[in-house]
Design a protein around this ligand. Structure first.
Ligand SMILES: NC(=O)C1=CN([C@@H]2O[C@H](COP(=O)(O)OP(=O)(O)OC[C@H]3O[C@@H](n4cnc5c(N)ncnc54)[C@H](O)[C@@H]3O)[C@@H](O)[C@H]2O)C=CC1
Ligand SMILES: CC(=O)C(=O)O
Ligand SMILES: [Mg+2]
Length: 370
């Protein structure tokens, strides 16, 4: 198969769809790989590194969109990218369609087959291609939150770890999945007072088991969520209903009862965010303030640590990318129901139920396609 890897164009996005090592695996399996010039510059991988791995370097993204049978990216395609997609092309990347009607319409119009990393499942009920970036974003959420708590950044001037004789900061994590667990771990590491809320008792039991009394867990009732958020210095939004728009858990009204200078890091912003006042920001201008509460809502947090993130992401995506290249998407999805769960759009139809429901499209059951 002819595979294409364009350079990412989202604001401060330096990750790349394939590392040189992944290119080598593709070439080893008999595939041809086109990589846009300097696509790996931001992770310290040169054109020469890619050529050594067997890739052909091309000068423009247009050539890749024109020629490649499968396009492998990291971020959801931007307008100029989805406008270049065509029928019979396969797109393999993060999509996050539910909160993004314009992109969804663009992909539907393109006729392309679009498989989203974030809805591919595993036998344990996890999301194995979302997990590595959730680990990164969860860990980052505490470092960006700690910085935002500094006075010069609009925060209330609280050091998360406290010092002898002064209480630590209060960190509340809503959603105890992969992002939430990694956030809690980092916050505990800094010495903060940490509580994780979740609606899954199984998840809370797991966290209690692993971290013991060092971590407080709380069932995420409306009451408990409100009470803890009002007391918090830093709140991390980390909920997910796979593929669907994030539930809004804190309203604008409730926000006004939070402490002045407290901080929200809404990691769930790529699914629309779980605070009513959240809107996506960029690494260039990551925060804004509403009612004296600092909001950090960057939808591609792992792009900031692109080298770590790209290698972690490729470890998870490569087996699926290889299956798609080796067998073609139809056979690969027929052989693997978990990969089929990644199919979001095909030939002008929406094939993921939560996306169809959230955006008002007719749903086409993907099992009818394989
Ligand atoms: N902004 C960014 O750069 C990044 C964002 N993300 C996003 O972070 C979010 C979380 O991802 P993961 O941790 O991997 O998901 P996950 O599926 O591992 O965890 C989500 C947790 O939320 C819980 N939950 C669902 N509804 C809830 C509710 N109403 N109240 C309390 N808990 C609730 C679930 O029980 C689950 O434990 C996703 O939207 C994901 O796309 C992930 C990576 C990077
Ligand atoms: C998951 C996601 O949105 C990201 O890594 O940017
Ligand atoms: Mg994102």
């Amino acid at each position: 198969m002819l595979i294409g890897v364009p350079k990412e164009i989202k604001n401060h996005e330096y990750r790349v769809g394939l590392t040189p090592s992944s290119v080598r695996e593709m070439v080893h399996h008999g595939h041809e790989v086109l990589v846009e010039t300097n696509a790996g510059g931001g992770i310290g991988c040169s054109n020469e590194d890619y050529e050594k791995a067997g890739a052909k370097i091309v000068g423009t993204a247009a050539e890749i969109f024109d020629r490649a049978e499968m396009i492998i990216k990291v971020k959801e395609p931007q307008k100029v990218e989805y406008e270049q997609l065509s029928k019979d092309q396969l797109l393999f990347t993060y999509l996050h369609l539910a909160p993004d009607p314009a992109q969804t319409e663009g992909l539907v119009k393109s006729g392309a087959t679009c498989i989203a990393y974030e809805t591919i499942t595993d036998a344990q009920g996890g999301l194995p291609l979302l997990a590595p970036m959730s680990e990164v974003a969860g860990r980052m959420s505490i470092q960006v939150g700690a910085a935002a708590l500094q006075k010069a950044n609009g925060g209330r001037g609280v050091l998360l770890g406290g010092v002898p004789g002064v209480q630590p900061g209060k960190v509340v994590v809503i959603g105890g999945g992969v992002v939430g667990t990694n956030a809690a771990r980092m916050a505990m590491g800094l010495g903060a007072d940490v509580t994780v809320l979740d609606r899954s008792l199984k998840r809370l039991a797991y966290l209690d088991d692993v971290y013991g009394p060092r971590l407080k867990t709380q069932y995420a009732s409306v009451d408990a969520t409100e009470e803890l958020v009002y007391e918090a210095d830093l709140v991390v939004g980390a909920v997910l209903v796979p593929g669907a728009a994030a539930p809004k858990l804190i309203s604008k009204d409730q926000l006004s009862s939070m402490k002045r200078g407290s901080v929200i890091v809404d990691v769930a912003i790529d699914q629309g965010g779980c605070f009513e006042t959240s809107k996506a920001t960029t690494h260039q201008d990551p925060t804004y303030i509403v009612d004296d509460v600092v909001h950090y809502c960057v939808a591609n947090m792992p792009g900031a640590v692109a080298r770590t993130s790209t290698f972690a992401l490729n470890h998870a995506t490569l087996p699926f990318a290889l299956a798609l290249a080796n067998k073609g998407w139809q056979k690969a999805c027929a052989d693997d129901a978990h990969l089929l769960n990644g199919l979001n759009v095909h030939n002008g139809r929406v094939t993921y139920k939560a996306v169809a429901d959230d955006l008002g499209y007719d749903y086409l059951d993907p099992t009818s396609l394989v």
